[in-house]
Design a binder for this molecule. Sequence first.
Ligand SMILES: C[S@@+](CC[C@H](N)C(=O)[O-])C[C@H]1O[C@@H](n2cnc3c(N)ncnc32)[C@H](O)[C@@H]1O
Length: 213
Amino acid sequence: MDENTRSNPEMWDRRFGLEAFAYGKEPNVWLKSRIELMNPDVHSRALFPADGEGRNAVWAAGKGWNAEVFDLSKEGKKKCMQLAENYNVTVEYHVDDLVLRSFETEDYDLIACSWFHTPTPIRKRHMPRMLHALKPGGHFVMEGYHQSQFSLTSGGPKSLDLLFDLDTVLAELTGPYAPRMSIIHASVETTVLNESDLHRGEARVVRLHLVKV
Ligand SMILES: C[S@@+](CC[C@H](N)C(=O)[O-])C[C@H]1O[C@@H](n2cnc3c(N)ncnc32)[C@H](O)[C@@H]1O
């Protein structure tokens, strides 16, 4: 990996090493709204890539999903384990990098991520690669900041390269590196975030829900 694509676990460890939960303890509103429509059974497996302190995975585990996380941050893992214990649920958490992680094919019923921003070369190659881990009929749900968020102060990376453009990300996630995906929902929206001091106020977001054919 070169300087432009190198991941930075130290930065996330510093953020998650504090006592407070950086993005709160409640699940992301978009992910919650889509996942609540699903009916997991005892075998249903959900992957939460880059779930940081694990708020989405812990919530989903409480709803009956076998929830798994991978994320760069060992401090994030500690916070997730703490949250899972508080809610009396189990989450499997791997400290790992999207770029290096290998995925089984047709493993998960759901893959869901919030605010998983990576440099373009990583996003366009590895996000679609990850989708092969969905079973046929499996769901991919995602929320990320749109490029028009750049000048706003309600969170997100201050780099256009790390922000999402809807047409670009859709082309990638339905393109040559991806399995066949059908689009259930794809939008750019203005929303009001209230996750934590880092994610509060009017924001411009990309919201996706795709299903593997
Ligand atoms: C803005 S935080 C969002 C955390 C969580 N999804 C949430 O909404 O609370 C971004 C997360 O992406 C993770 N991350 C960034 N690049 C990654 C990579 N290449 N592989 C795995 N995790 C990564 C970071 O460690 C961090 O936890």
